[in-house]
Design a protein around this ligand. Structure first.
Ligand code: PMP
Length: 459
């Protein structure tokens, strides 16, 4: 199953040129800022993904508040990208902003704990059901630490990830099946040609229990690192019973199970884990949990905590494993985490977000049906993904085959020119608590107008 383009390459190119010209006219300030930035920043951006929007230059932002972004030219956008989940509860949630403003004058970082950490630990335990927690700065870092713990405790070298997953900049999780079926780096450039990828990683397709069973049977895998719903290659939902099988196989083979909730927190206050009764050994998550202040957390079972201390005495993770991060868990981070969990990432907020996302997905599906397009919408709580294939993908390869890059870039630019932002690189849309029905309907109408034009052109 691969994407079906409904118009010709040339038609799409013409549409793209029209929208690119419109973009350029609306955003002279961003263009000028980009030119200056290019003199000192690689490709004109401080972080590579900021240049990945498919436009000649990115928007330069003046202001972001709740679900609105204003660029330096004064254009406003209703934001459904939300910093690729970093701002899932809206930009600068007021309670987080207030807490951070207070704390910033009371000491940012001392390498000593504050009492707020107790509240945070209790809250995470009650949300995710895991008794022990640690704080890191980014989800990448949380995943790295957890992998390190798993390798140390099991004395096994490999990790297992799912084809086309993403868990951050972790070398052994950035592999996938190459065109020859062997493991390869996900990038087209093999930046580490000398490193045998098979030594560190096993990769299987999501939703293939037989392949998983075979891969874990070698008993050389320290941990499976999984998103409960794949969200970084488009979106792939787990088949009924798949998570139970994953748990059973991990237990049977002595493999730790890490559930990365960084994106699937969209499922509710305790993520997909709580919403669907999963029983992981570790949970990791980052991005939005402190309202966009860089904080990540990882939780684990009592058995793991005992094993860590039995192996390493009172030093726990610190000395033997090099796990820490000088700024991690500092007063500012913990304060932002507490304020966000207590006041922004609440049950009430999630109810609104999920209802809004369902309204959005219903609207998109209605338009897809109206124009009879071979597209589909996958839902995961407060997020939904429009994919250019007629039925929901069942694994990473299928989801990746739905990636029609020129169409992704075109549709996103069409929407941006009409004041609507969605996540670059794929068609992920997130609904924050403050999005009104009008905001959501505006996005649906934007997509509808885009689909209508494509449908007319396709004849
Ligand atoms: N885990 C998942 C599931 C992610 O989607 C991402 C980033 N997109 C990460 C981890 C890494 O997050 P960060 O870049 O904030 O470290």
């Amino acid at each position: 199953m691969t994407f079906q383009r409904i118009i010709s390459d040339q038609q799409l190119e013409e549409l793209m040129q029209r929208e690119a010209a419109r973009f350029e006219k609306r955003t002279p300030g961003s263009k000028a800022a980009f030119r200056q930035a290019g003199e000192v920043l690689l490709n004109g951006v401080p972080m590579p993904w900021m240049g990945d929007w498919g436009t000649a230059y990115p928007l330069f932002i003046d202001h972001a508040s709740e679900n609105r972004i204003k660029d330096v030219d004064g254009n406003t956008y209703i934001d459904f990208c939300l910093g690729d989940t970093g701002a899932m509860f809206g930009h600068s949630p007021a309670p987080t902003a207030e807490a951070v403003t207070r704390q910033i004058h009371r000491g940012i970082t001392t390498m000593l704990p504050t009492k707020d950490a107790v509240w945070v630990g209790r809250e995470l335990k009650s949300r995710f059901g895991l008794p022990y927690w640690q704080v890191a700065m980014t989800a990448t870092e949380a995943n790295r630490y957890v992998i390190r713990i798993c390798r140390t405790l099991t004395h096994r070298p490999k990790i297992l990830v799912f084809n086309e997953c993403y868990h951050g900049s972790i070398d052994e999780a950035l592999v996938h099946f190459g065109p020859d079926g062997r493991l390869a780096l996900r990038s087209e450039y093999d930046i580490n040609p000398g490193i045998p990828k098979e030594a560190l990683t096993r990769v299987v397709e999501f939703n293939d229990p037989d392949a998983l069973e075979e891969a874990l049977a070698h008993e050389d895998v320290a941990c499976v690192l999984a998103e409960p719903v794949m969200t970084n290659c488009g979106m792939v939902l787990p088949a009924p019973g798949y998570h139970a099988k994953l748990r059973e196989l991990c237990t049977r083979t002595g493999t730790y199970l890490i559930i990365d909730e960084t994106h699937t927190l969209s499922s509710g206050p305790g993520g997909y884990t709580a919403a669907h009764g999963l029983e992981p050994d570790f949970v990791t998550l980052g991005k939005c949990i402190a309202g966009g202040v860089p904080v990540a957390v990882y939780g684990f079972t009592a058995a793991i905590s005992e094993k860590i201390n039995a192996s390493f005495g009172h030093k726990g993770l610190s000395d033997p494993m090099g796990i820490g991060g000088t700024l991690s868990g500092n007063a500012l981070a913990i304060n932002a985490l507490r304020a966000t969990l207590k006041h922004a990432a609440t049950q009430t907020a999630f109810e609104k977000m999920i209802a809004g996302a369902n309204r959005m997905a219903d609207g998109l599906e209605a338009s897809i049906e109206k124009y009879d397009l071979p597209w589909s919408v996958t839902r995961c709580g407060a997020r939904a993904e429009l994919q250019f294939v007629p039925r929901l993908p069942t694994c990473g390869s299928e989801a990746k085959a739905a990636f029609d890059w020129p169409m992704i870039y075109y549709t996103h630019l069409f929407l941006a020119n009409r004041g609507l932002l969605i996540t670059p690189f794929h068609n992920m849309m997130l609904v924050p608590p403050m999005a009104t029905e009008e905001d959501i309907d505006c996005l649906v109408k934007g997509w509808d107008a885009c689909m209508q034009e494509l449908s007319v052109l396709s004849g």
